[in-house]
Design a protein around this ligand. Structure first.
Ligand code: DC
Length: 256
């Protein structure tokens, strides 16, 4: 068994844990016919909550045989650790400790998807020392993705801070109302009662915090491709991203 270890950050990740946490980490999958990535490629996908980033990131990872990391799960895991210990998410010392000692095995826990965990995640994500503790892990994943073919990372600051040299960057948005509708439908599917007006208010509050924080705020990288998914089907969003990636790959192969 091999270990990826960073003593400074106190991360000790069993490499085979990638398999057991498939909702947040995905090992590279077999490449679909037609995709043509020959060397390691990094794809950054940022955007506000419920804009469709995760769905798009997973489809791209599957299509091109890349590993996938949902970086929001890292912030959610820190928040969940605090809530489980009965702590206030504003408790900075506890949040920093939880980030430094984060066990990647908890990234697959379904409780991380709860709305109260998402809200607390946005609070801990505004703490610079928490972000610092988590950034190494994200960069290491991008530099050494399971499978070695490259990686798709989604979050808020992937194109601007975590992987500023990503080969291709997307900034995915949708109207506030559509995002609230999607999030409410997702919650109902999980058996949670959801009121769209309340979900909309939560999303707006969280986005304002993610956009307004001083460290690594949510914003598009200057070289990101903007993808407004309002009114688009999941397939149409994927097709639009696929065309952009294929065009970038074709440019790369012409250039040498
Ligand atoms: O994408 P999500 O809803 O799972 O993210 C939860 C919170 O984590 C979100 O409010 C902002 C924060 N986050 C962040 O600040 N940077 C990232 N790269 C990913 C998420």
């Amino acid at each position: 068994m091999t270990f990826l270890q960073d003593r400074r950050l106190n991360f000790s990740v069993r490499s085979d844990s990638y398999r057991s946490v498939s909702t947040s980490f995905c090992p590279a999958l077999p490449v679909e016919a037609g995709s043509a990535i020959s060397s390691s490629m990094i794809i950054a996908i940022d955007g506000p909550a419920a804009a469709g980033k995760g769905t798009l990131a997973r489809s791209i990872a599957e299509h091109y045989g890349l590993a996938y990391l949902d970086t929001g799960a890292l912030y959610r895991a820190v928040a969940w650790t605090l809530l489980r210990e009965g702590r206030d998410p504003h408790d900075e010392a506890a949040a920093i400790r939880a980030a430094r000692e984060l066990d990647p095995a908890i990234l697959s826990r379904s409780e991380l998807r709860d709305e109260r965990v998402g809200e607390a995640a946005s609070i801990v994500a505004a703490m610079p020392a928490v972000r610092k503790a988590l950034i190494e892990f994200q960069r290491r994943f991008a530099a050494h993705p399971p499978g070695g073919r490259g990686a798709v990372l989604d979050g808020r600051d992937i194109g601007t801070v975590v992987c500023p040299d990503a080969d291709i960057k997307f900034f995915v948005t949708a109207s506030d109302e559509e995002r609230a509708r999607r999030r409410a439908a997702e919650l109902r599917e999980r058996g949670v009662t959801a009121n769209e007006a309340a979900v909309l208010a939560d999303l707006k509050r969280r986005d304002a915090r993610d956009r307004g924080r001083a460290t690594a705020p949510l914003r598009p990288a200057s070289d990101a491709i903007l993808l407004d998914t309002t009114g688009m089907t999941i397939d149409a969003v994927f097709e639009s991203a696929r065309k952009a990636i294929d065009a970038r790959l074709a440019e790369g192969s012409k250039g040498g």
